[in-house]
Design a binder for this molecule. Structure first.
Ligand code: PNS
Length: 162
């Protein structure tokens, strides 16, 4: 049976840490779905359509990476897709507590689904979407930390607001 994995998140914006995990997942599983949570934040930097468009563009050459959106419970989405695995990235010990709680709650909700943690390459272990947004908004350089398309879209947003 083909193994389908779901990599859920807000991806506001997609970072090179996310890309690293997705490519690792694409090597490990038959198919990986990047599942973007709808309406996670009240005022996201990138709209849902922009986030979907960016992720589809970044992974257009990877035939076993799919980009989709979901709302409601993650386990319901995973079951609806007949996926077996949830993939989450673990950067540092600080991620562990929340990830541990989510994994066990998701297991309680649906024991058929396994959560698998993957570590990104070490140069990405300190990157988060929140930090990228903050650094960029305050005029800092995020080159090399996000895909080039994300960097270009961030610059467009700043120019539009100027
Ligand atoms: O990128 P993020 O913000 O770390 O992703 C968090 C996400 C989307 C994985 C989590 O908030 C989630 O699964 N939300 C869907 C609602 C849900 O199932 N909540 C219970 C989780 S135990």
């Amino acid at each position: 049976m083909a193994t389908l994995a779901v990599y859920p998140g807000s991806f506001d914006p997609l970072t090179n840490g996310h890309v690293d995990i997705i490519l690792r997942g694409a090597r490990l599983f038959d198919r990986i779905v990047v599942a973007i949570l709808l309406n996670a934040e009240k005022s996201p930097l990138f709209s849902m359509d922009e986030r979907v468009e960016i992720a589809r563009e970044v992974f257009k050459a990877q035939s076993n990476v799919e980009v989709d959106t979901f709302d409601g419970l993650l386990v319901d989405y995973v079951a609806r897709r007949h996926a077996q695995v949830i993939v989450r990235g673990l950067r540092a010990v600080s991620d562990f507590e929340f990830e541990f709680q989510m994994a066990l709650m998701n297991r309680r909700l649906d024991a058929r689904i396994e959560t698998i943690f993957m570590m990104p390459a070490e140069q990405y272990t300190y990157i988060s979407s929140r930090l990228i947004k903050e650094v960029f908004t305050l005029g800092g350089r995020v080159h090399g930390l996000v895909p080039e398309l994300v960097e270009a879209r961030l610059q467009l947003k700043v120019r539009r607001d100027a």
